[in-house]
Design a binder for this molecule. Structure first.
Ligand code: KG4
Ligand code: ZN
Length: 348
């Protein structure tokens, strides 16, 4: 089955053609990062306007790279949540229109499920189904969550951030240090030449007493807003300026605090029959996080599955691939889907 996938949940306009859930024939991602850069974060109105303008060209490009005609497409898959409401609507409307015009089935995909599926898209890796039960870590600009996967589509949220996502912590930290947007890649690079123990930043904990965590073990939840505030006070009190010679050391220390928080929660969450850790999302590109997760997996005898770099950030290949496995919402039910900005990982 050949699936055309469409992804417009945030600031990437993406389309892809995937055969039988694994064979990625094309994956086109148009990043809007330059448009949002001056604002230090994604501006929803700009994102959705840009999706309207870019999506037709991105879909055409995905077909041409795959050498696929409209007749070759067997189904259209699209992210319907979670994400920015106005951005989701653009992809969802386009996908519904295409499915009707082509007279092919529509499939609505939960974006978080696609990130969970992304480490299983590489050649020669075991299938998601055969890897259950496993622990999934989704780390991006919008999400930081630990999920237990018992079967395809059967997911339980074990922990998540109670404030900023890990990617936001990178982005906001970089803005504070005048390093530009998005912060993750710049900080990753700067940290390579820095001392990780230069500043001891707080390893944010989400405490039970605060009563914020519905049914989740607070030790598996994350909090990154205090870290950002600690950086702000450090920068002010120490007089760290743009292009300051201490910048790489501060960045390396800040990154280590984020990575520490992620790795320690993964370590704690593993067990109870789970010997595989699958990691996806834009922040999983971080080289120090990859290194630390590899170390931890070796120490614990856990199997680590990292998404390939091209499938870490938002992309439509993971949407089309997941639909190709039969997951998602299909048929008439898909046609009546609305954009669901707050769709949960436990949702379909
Ligand atoms: O998955 P993604 O493309 O979009 C969302 O769903 O949010 O993730 C984008 C996030 C941004 O916050 C960006 O700073 C972060 O991923 N990111 C990184 C790296 N590359 C991208 N964070 C840390 N290290 C990186 N190398
Ligand atoms: Zn995402």
């Amino acid at each position: 089955m050949i699936v055309l996938g469409i992804e417009t949940s945030c600031d990437e306009t993406a389309a892809a053609i995937v055969r039988d859930g694994t064979d990625v024939l094309s994956s086109v991602v148009y990043s809007q990062v330059e448009l949002h850069g001056p604002y230090g974060g994604v501006v929803p109105e700009i994102a959705c306007r840009c999706h309207v303008e870019a999506l037709p060209g991105v879909i055409d490009e995905s077909r041409s790279q795959a050498g696929a005609s409209w007749e070759d497409i067997d189904a259209v898959a699209v992210t319907y949540g979670p994400g920015l409401s106005s951005s989701l609507l653009i992809g969802l409307s386009a996908a519904k229109g295409l499915a009707l015009r082509l007279d092919k089935p529509l499939c609505g995909i939960n974006h978080l499920h696609a990130h969970i599926y992304s480490p299983f898209m590489s050649e020669g890796v075991p299938s998601l189904e055969s890897s259950c039960p496993f622990l999934a870590l989704v780390v991006s600009g919008g999400h930081t969550c630990l999920v237990r996967a018992d079967a395809p589509g059967q997911y339980r949220l074990l922990g998540q951030t109670i404030d900023d996502a890990a990617g936001e912590a990178f982005d906001k930290g970089a803005t504070l240090l005048g390093l530009g947007y998005p912060g993750g890649p710049v900080m990753d690079k700067a940290a390579k030449d820095g001392k990780r123990d230069f500043v001891r930043f707080p390893r944010g904990r989400a405490r039970k007493e605060r009563g914020l965590i519905d049914g989740m073990d607070s030790d598996l939840c994350f909090s990154f807003s205090g870290l950002k505030t600690a950086l702000m006070y450090y920068v002010k009190s120490e007089g760290v300026e743009k292009d300051d010679p201490r910048t790489n050391d501060v960045v390396a220390s800040y990154q280590e605090a984020i990575v520490d928080a992620l790795v320690s929660r993964c370590r704690k969450a593993l067990g109870d029959g789970m010997h595989i850790l699958a990691v996806g999302g834009g922040v999983s590109l971080n080289s120090r996080l990859r290194e630390r997760l590899n170390q931890m997996s070796e120490d614990q005898g856990t199997k680590l599955m990292l998404a390939e770099p091209r499938f870490c950030g938002d992309n439509a290949a993971m949407i089309a691939a997941l639909a190709g496995t039969g997951q998602g919402v299909w048929g008439d039910e898909a046609m009546s889907l609305d954009a669901e900005p707050n769709l949960l990982v436990a949702g379909v």
